[in-house]
Design a protein around this ligand. Sequence first.
Ligand code: ADP
Ligand code: MG
Length: 646
Amino acid sequence: MPHIQPLSPHVADLIAAGEVVERPASVAKELLENAIDAGATAVTVELRSGGMTYLRVSDDGCGIAAAELPTAFLRHATSKLRTAEDLAAIGTLGFRGEALAAISSVSRLDVTTREHGAPVGAALHLEGGVPGTVEEVGCPEGTTVVVRDLFFNTPARLKFMKRDSAEAAAIAGLVAHLALSHPDISFKLIKDGEEALHTPGDGALRSAVYAAQGRAFALSLIPVSARDGALAAEGFVTRPLEGRGTRGMQAFFVNGRFIKSQLLTAALEEAYANRSMKGKFPGCVLCVTLPFDMVDVNVHPAKTVVKFVNEKQVFDLVYHGVSDALDREAKPAELARSAASQAAPQAASQAYAPRADFFRSMTAEQFRASQAGAAAKPPVPPAPAAAQKPPAPSPAAAPSFQTRIPAVSLGELGGKARVSDYVRKERGAVPEPPVSAAPAVKAPAEPEQTAMLPETPVPWRIAGEVLDTYIVCEDGECNIWLIDKHAAHERVNFDRFKAQSEPIMSQSLLTPLVAQLPAAEYAATAESFPLLREFGFGCEDFGDGAILIRDIPADVDEGEAVSALEEIAGKLAAGGKADPAAARDSLLATLACKAAIKGGWKSDERELRDLVDKVQSGEIEYCPHGRPVKVRLTQRDLEKMFKRIV
Ligand code: ADP
Ligand code: MG
């Protein structure tokens, strides 16, 4: 065994630095947090080559006294914490006193700073953590830190850096989040000489959202405001129908700190249960504030995880706050509707009239007339008796029902025969061991007819479609099948895509679409253009989280393309699937889903027939997410429901 020795301070610093400074975005985060802690009202971030060669953060905050400047760069030197008790009530973003030490140890750093009211400023240069001497300089009040050549002395770390554009995107995401949590501070981001983001700092959250997340997102929001004692939740959530393909647009802040929290995500999404579209996620900018001693932020070095002392109370506050906001949003429409019906009772009764007609039964004469008409003659004019009565409920009163649920008849049988009769008949012809019981049920066989019948299994009779989602079928054995048309189609698509060895066919769009992605997803997507090509997406990096979509998979509807890409981006960013085949399958599943007919869409008869055939043949059983495509209801089940049997 080699001798055990203490690490040299330099190596120990580098190891510690590695925990705080992983990439340019972590440098930007620490410097920005320092600026906020210093009480700045305006902060500028400037970066070149993704922050690797040059990263500057300037603020107009309190500044650092010249005499204390070198101390700020010592490990565990902080002005924000004095005693262990202070740790239990942290109100600043920084508190570990590690950032400046860590950043300076892996870069060439320059700081210039002037305290408020001080006659002159001070400057200091550090190279790999080794400080020069403090010099007097003229500079504005506040602090500017310039970090150059990040990781110049740790080549191993350099190798792990992503593309510059990915780093720049991560920093842009970070600035956006800070801007949202501090609407009273004006943030400016300058990327390779160009202004990429600029928030007004007017104190209004909505204007920060507008500047940082874009106009479309800002317009999709409704306000949330809830309070429970010392706890408060304020901010905005998306309207239920404005869901996104991923959770990327969910931003939670606790006491002004951007955090990731399963608890808050769950509380938010629970409020949308039964309101939002399936497979979509709500977006939000939600700020939770609570007394500092009711939350622990010192759980993770990156400080993006917090622990609530009373989780249930926080969950309830967010859940009810969001639910109430959504209820309020839904109410005005209802109120308007009921007001309209009171103001114009005539219009309302008119709207309901067809339904009343629909449920009224026909008179015997009318029924006979309609039968006769269907058999031979053109439609019979209404009987004179009916003409004297108020609006005659004619059989034509329900055409919409007829077209919505077409009964697909079996050609060979004519419209009226039940498929079960037919199947029993055919069964009778197949040589079977003699059945002793109930021979009367068995229909007499007709050999000539049987010879002409196809060998393939008898198709299920499609009785219709309900809720524009489920196909109702009947088989020859008194079973009723309900088929989820979306799930079934999804599986058909998935199998087809998977069997295909060439890239998925794409269609070019006349006008490109734009997907606005959260930073991490944007970065992952920008790196995966060749892969996306294989899936039929032709994309371009449009900068600032925007991906331009020029081509989309031929099977995917244009209206679904952005959400398909959002979902794929989410999967790309999450990574996680070590097995490339599994990763590919997961992306194909997204595509299959987006290319599938949706529950709620009108489908034509051929589409339904095709799906039913595939389900009936047993070719497909589960959708790519593992949900069943069909459920069975037996005659016995029905008889039980109707208490015919017990
Ligand atoms: P921490 O933020 O955890 O205290 P840092 O290493 O980030 O530790 O900073 C050390 C100290 O330097 C801070 O406590 C603060 O007093 C001072 N400081 C850092 N950046 C600024 C700034 N932009 N403006 C004023 N003071 C700053
Ligand atoms: Mg700090």
